[in-house]
Design a protein around this ligand. Structure first.
Ligand code: EPU
Length: 420
């Protein structure tokens, strides 16, 4: 167990580069199962979630080499098992994305429910409905889900009653090897989905419409070897942007794609933030006045739920009343109790709606990292709070941010990792 100790009240400065996107990399690792030939993946973030999916793949019999930092070569020709390991699955909710490629390639997959998490209920009903629509037989036995399709999956028309990112990606991957045409209606449109489809098409898949809400996939017999570069992590860009603005500092964020965060950037510009936005970098500037912000989290291209908690820390510094409505997850605002203990004034009207009475200085405290994004929010709060804060349960932060302490030190943050 480890914690961060942060001496706050400082500015940040200089340049920080963004890593590859966790939520693209995890799906590309899963996509490796679709082909018997090896896949080379670059710009992979070195984060705990990637270490967990690596362990799960290795448990299945996959051969993974890691020739150097941020590069992985995955060879799934050695897979022996059809069952995801019971012990490892609960450590990685996103392991559900492995089930589609397994079912499509082997006609069978067995897996436990990946479990809920701190941010809310995490059902898998859409995955079950999707596989059934594609002709798989479903059985739940001794607490595990068993899907079989001995003659392969069949193309189908599937309408998502709720927009789901991982389910869109999982069914899209499964459909690449199904017989016939699959149409996914009311699909999610996140940039990571489009990037995944582009990669699969380079391997020989026939996917059209990824990035829109209707994706059409013509199944093919096999996918070939591939090389994939992970796209920049748009949530990391937002985390650094809100950190720099909360600390009223000049910071240049590089290796990013501002096109993927148009809605959050527009909100900041409307609030009066001065940003220099270039093709692959964004520079923030210290500010004297910013206007309060009203934000509602939505599916892409709306404001991302994963950017909500780091933004809220910035809102505590903007005088006036800001409003945050979280529509994607039921439990993703409770970290604001910790912000209040640090001196923020956040009123919770319902578990999914808060008002932030901004312009209050924050005080250092000992806090927890309840989940990945609330964890980074706590780091931002500690950087701007006067005094020494401690953040516990930082495994949650390490799940999604590569060497965050070292990288933050390089922009002037006084942060240490210590044993609990
Ligand atoms: N949902 C269902 N049934 C299902 C699946 C989802 O009802 O079978 C509901 C969820 O309960 C939720 C809504 O659909 O209310 C949307 O969730 P979604 O399925 O889109 O979330 P996800 O695919 O599990 C991904 C990211 C999350 C991100 C969300 C929303 C990955 C690995 N995870 O999750 O990322 O918050 O999309 O954008 O891609 C994070 O990185 O911190 C993170 C939580």
């Amino acid at each position: 167990m480890a914690k961060f100790i942060i001496q706050g009240g400082t500015k940040v400065h200089g340049t920080i580069a963004v890593t590859g996107a966790k939520n693209h990399a995890l799906k590309v690792f899963a996509a490796s199962i679709l082909s018997e030939e090896p896949m080379t993946i670059t710009n992979v973030p070195e984060i705990e979630d990637i270490f967990r999916i690596t362990e799960i793949l290795e448990d299945l019999g996959v051969t993974i080499s890691h020739p150097h930092r941020n590069k992985y070569v995955i060879d799934t020709s050695t897979i022996t098992k059809r069952q995801l390991p019971k012990k490892l699955v609960p450590k990685l909710r996103a392991s559900i994305v492995l089930t589609g490629p397994m079912l499509a390639r082997f006609g069978k997959v067995i897996f436990p429910h990946p479990g809920g998490c701190a941010i809310g209920r995490r059902p898998i009903d859409l995955f079950i409905a999707g596989y059934k629509a594609m002709g798989a037989k479903y059985e739940e036995k001794n607490g595990v889900n068993i899907f079989t399709a001995p003659n392969g999956l069949k193309g189908a028309r599937f309408v998502f009653p709720t927009v789901s990112v991982t389910c869109t990606e999982t069914l899209m991957m499964a459909a690449t090897l199904a017989k016939g045409k699959t149409t996914l209606v009311n699909a999610a449109r996140e940039p990571e989905i489009q990037a995944l489809a582009e990669y699969l098409n380079m391997q020989g898949a026939r996917i059209e419409g990824a990035g829109t809400n209707e994706i059409v996939i013509e199944g093919v017999e096999r996918l070939s070897a591939g090389v994939c570069e992970i796209i920049p992590d748009r949530i990391e860009v937002l985390s650094f942007l809100y950190l720099a603005l909360a600390a009223k500092s000049k910071l240049t964020i590089t290796a990013c794609n501002p096109e993927h965060i148009e809605t959050p950037l527009q909100l900041l510009k409307d609030a009066g933030a001065k940003l220099d936005i270039k093709e692959t970098s964004i520079t923030t500037h210290p500010w004297k006045t910013m206007k309060p912000i009203k934000v509602v989290t939505r599916e892409y291209p709306g404001f991302p739920t994963d950017g909500q908690s780091p933004l809220t820390v910035l809102l505590t510094q903007i005088p006036g009343e800001s409003e945050v409505e979280e529509t994607i997850y039921s439990n993703r605002l409770f970290y604001t109790d910790m912000l209040n203990r640090m001196g923020a004034e956040v009123d919770m009207h319902t578990p999914q709606h808060i008002t932030v009475h901004g312009g209050t200085p924050l005080r250092a405290k000992v806090v927890e990292s309840p989940d990945l994004r609330a964890g980074i929010a706590m780091v931002i709060a500690a950087v701007i709070a006067k005094g020494t804060s401690e953040i516990n349960n930082i495994y949650q932060i390490d799940r999604g941010y590569e060497q965050i302490d070292k990288r933050l030190r390089s922009i002037g943050v006084n942060i240490k990792r210590a044993k609990v």
